[in-house]
Design a protein around this ligand. Sequence first.
Ligand SMILES: [Zn+2]
Length: 237
Amino acid sequence: MTRPLREPGLTQLGVEHGFGVRDFAEPAGLRRPRQVHGAVVVRGEDCQGDDRPEADAVVTSVPGETVGVITADCVPVLVGTRDGRAVAAIHAGWRGLAAGVIEAGIDALRHIASSGPDPAPPLVAALGPHIGSCCYEVDAPVTDALAERFAGPLAGALAPSQRDARWLLDLAHLVTADLERCGLASSDIFVLSDSCTQCDAVRFHSYRRDGPRSGRLVHFITACTEAAERTQRTVRG
Ligand SMILES: [Zn+2]
């Protein structure tokens, strides 16, 4: 069976999650919205059946419920409270980033987490496989769209390209900047290394490489059950 990739920072906290690779099948019962490159957030329980809502982030605090997003080059972002009680999956490409999908997802996660024992728990985030700055060439319409929200970080996310009027964009740099702006500590933001979707055709699907017929990678995160929390507490002592 094909196993998903785990991010050590989330694994260490006992948060059940995975970043998809080729041939990793969608987990049973996964709640995910119909993605449209926007900034709308929904709850996992709204994503059942065939009539799923359009959104690009999904949150849940229902114990044992698994939420997720699918990607092929965009950045999958999995976020959770440290106790794993409330979790979010966010789909972040340049359109979603420009629209503020990270902030919207974090706001919604904090809202559902605020009913827990700690009303403002610290959050931990992991960025999964996405098209790297080695491959992601963009033009002025993309950089213009990002310029307003990312006036500061954008300069640090762009590198010169071989072609005129093109740049190489580091999406993870922008996602990280937005997570930090939302109050996450940089030490609580993890980036899965060595995982450019376009470079690595063996492990990943890539829209840029494979075109409209490209497959999609499935990513998921599960809200901890109380039993899992108890185990965590025991392990931590
Ligand atoms: Zn690459």
